[in-house]
Design a protein around this ligand. Structure first.
Ligand SMILES: Nc1ncnc2c1ncn2[C@@H]1O[C@H](COP(=O)(O)OP(=O)(O)OP(=O)(O)O)[C@@H](O)[C@H]1O
Length: 620
């Protein structure tokens, strides 16, 4: 009888620590070691270190060889050494028992705070967000970029107190040195008349709070972190300064083939890049309408499209690039254009850009800059961890914050409903009756997106679908037909949630609640834009993690929305202990701390720890 083929035996080796390692696992595997255990190890190290650094111990044997001493002296030295060792050991034990006593006194909340701080410190010590070239050469700029823009005289003459009052009126919070003044009217920002006329034809007559403070700061050349609600006009706030910069450079000395760009806007998705590109095209065309201003050239660099279509623009002087990271790096590597004279880098939905997936791409892109740049980061959600990380990488940054970072837009009526999994499809049809179209339906799962679209089509609803596995043509078709009103409903995965600005969405239906509350904030933010109101209906059920429900409950409470009874009954252990509820520094969720943040999975935590620089004494 044939014996079964020998299988490779995996032997589990028991190590003294509670972590186990498989024989054939990679050698550089570093298990996560809990805080308490790390502390023990540090103590053990401390006592052994103390003993080995004892000069008597290290010099003893050498002396013995070189110049033998008499018995008495030797005996005395041994006694001294043992005294010292005992003292060190006792000290270590004392420290240890003191620590244990302190630990015992601590509440669960304090312990959690300490653990959170350790994780946060590890995150903070990530390499700065600068290009490797700058880091390697130790290049450190200390001054913001100089621009010729100045606020009008009457604004310059206002006191700091008057600026503060104005900010207070618009609920604008600022941080940073010497923050440029807020300006209440576009005209006073010295924006060219032709652009003003175009904006006013689109009923954009007064700046929104983020524009009112963000545009003057950006016009002044300052690095900027801009945080404001979904649909509050951030795009104009970061595109106008770039258009003005490009205009100034072009007027000084016209660009010829091979020159430029002056600035780049980076977006996390092709759809968002395309939308921003179209905005820039509209605004630069409006600028040239006066017959005096030059035409500024803009290129779109995104995957899935042929760059040959843009060779016409690339063959002229280039002013502005709007891009997604991958295609931009490709173009820079192929030297289709350079960043030799690029001075402006803006990241839209910046928290996504800096977050794990894109961080290295961003660093790579930065390495193509050959001179100092102005860096701007914008988003509706910006957890503290990203703000801290970004702040230390920018130069004299100004932080402009309208409302809490990660808070929901108050113009959205949020309705959360308990719908059993099997009842969702049928209930969806009923839900669609709440408002006239256009409606967006979000699902976290691509297959579910397709299923919903199919179901709606069967029921005679004009629906298109968009998700990451669709071809670029399919994605473009879906967006175009939905934008033009040819289709009533768009079913989308997360891809369409961030930054996309569709006209007058009446209703957002969240078919499956995303795990991360930031995603929810972006999804409901497709409605209630530009001062209009909208409804968001969210389906939850027993499949929705309790953590997510808790985040949702607090978000509703913060926005003064109705909390349904099934959410009201979910208890928060931190609230029971009377602790103060702050947004999780990693994802901004109000219902949990870092240690149980859904975004910070175990693997990521390890990854963060490995990012620790040697500057702060290495990692664990
Ligand atoms: N000052 C303004 N007054 C009225 N409408 C404005 C103003 N500025 C911009 N808008 C309009 O508001 C809408 C939303 O703007 P935008 O897409 O820039 O929002 P956003 O803050 O970037 O949102 P998101 O966070 O979802 O990306 C756009 O249709 C834009 O034309």
């Amino acid at each position: 009888m044939d014996s079964p083929a020998p299988t490779k035996r995996r032997r589990i080796q028991r190590s003294p620590s509670p972590t186990y390692k498989l024989d054939d696992e990679e050698d550089d595997y570093e298990p996560y070691v809990p805080v308490a255990q790390r502390r023990q190890m540090k103590l053990a190290k401390l006592s052994s270190l103390g003993a080995s650094t004892d000069p008597a111990r290290s010099s003893g044997p050498l002396k013995e060889q070189d110049e033998p001493e008499d018995q008495e002296q030797e005996e005395e030295r041994r006694r001294e050494k043992s005294r010292k060792e005992r003292t060190l050991l006792m000290e270590a034990q004392e420290v240890h028992s003191k620590k244990a006593a302190e630990d015992a006194k601590k509440t669960e909340e304090q312990k959690e705070q300490e653990a959170d701080k350790e994780i946060l410190d590890a995150i903070r010590s990530r390499r700065k967000l600068a290009s490797d070239m700058e880091l390697a050469k130790g290049i450190q700029y200390t001054d913001s970029l100089k621009t010729s823009w100045r606020p009008p005289k009457y604004v310059r003459e206002r006191t700091e107190e008057q600026h503060r009052k104005l900010r207070e009126r618009y609920h604008i919070l600022v941080e940073g040195e010497d923050v440029p003044p807020p300006i209440e009217h576009f005209r006073d920002m010295k924006i060219p008349e032709s652009i003003l006329q175009h904006l006013s034809s689109k009923r954009i007559t007064n700046p929104t709070p983020i524009q009112l403070q963000g545009i003057p700061a950006a016009f002044s050349g300052r690095d900027l972190i801009g945080i404001a609600f979904t649909g509050s006009g951030k795009t104009l706030a970061f595109c106008l300064p770039l258009i003005m910069l490009a205009l100034e450079e072009e007027v000084k000395l016209p660009f010829v083939r091979g020159e430029g760009p002056v600035g780049v806007v980076l977006c996390p998705s092709r759809e968002l890049a395309n939308q921003t590109y179209e905005n820039v095209l509209t605004w630069t065309a409006a600028l040239a309408q006066d017959g005096k201003s030059p035409r500024l050239n803009t290129v779109l660099c995104i995957g899935g499209i042929s760059m040959n279509d843009q060779s016409h623009t690339l063959s002229k002087g280039l002013h502005i690039v709007v891009a997604t990271p991958g295609r931009l790096i490709d173009m820079l590597e192929k030297k289709r254009f350079t960043f030799n004279n690029c001075k402006y880098l803006c990241m839209d939905e910046a928290d996504r850009m800096i977050d794990l997936g894109f961080e290295d791409d961003v660093r790579n892109i930065m390495s193509f800059f050959k001179r100092q740049r102005q860096t701007l980061l914008f988003s509706a959600t910006m957890p503290r961890k990203i703000q801290d990380f970004a702040q230390q990488s920018l130069i004299r940054p100004v932080l402009v914050n309208v409302g809490r970072a990660g808070a929901a837009n108050l113009d959205v009526l949020q309705v959360v409903e308990y719908v059993k999994q099997e009842a969702k499809m049928v209930y969806l049809l009923e839900c669609l009756q709440k408002t006239p179209p256009p409606v967006i339906i979000f699902s976290e799962n691509k297959n579910e997106v397709d299923d919903i679209q199919e179901y709606l089509l069967l029921k005679g609803v004009e629906a298109v679908a968009i998700h990451g596995s669709k071809s670029q043509e399919e994605r473009q078709y879906a967006i175009k037909s939905f934008k033009t009103g040819a289709k009533d409903v768009m079913v989308a995965s997360g891809v369409a949630s961030k930054g996309l600005d569709f006209n007058d969405i009446q209703h957002v239906i969240i078919f499956s609640m995303p795990k991360e509350i930031e995603d929810y904030v972006h999804q409901i933010g497709r409605t209630g834009r530009s001062g209009k109101t909208g409804i968001a209906t969210t389906f939850v059920n027993m499949n929705t993690p309790e953590q997510t429900l808790l985040d949702l409950k607090y978000l509703l409470m913060e926005a003064g929305q109705k909390v349904p009874p099934f959410l009201g009954t979910i208890e928060d252990s931190r609230a029971v202990q009377g602790g103060e509820l702050k947004g999780c520094p990693v994802c901004g969720g109000l219902g949990h701390g870092i240690s149980n943040c859904p975004k910070l999975e175990e693997t990521q935590r390890r990854q963060m720890a490995s990012h620790r620089t040697t500057e702060d004494g290495g990692g664990y």
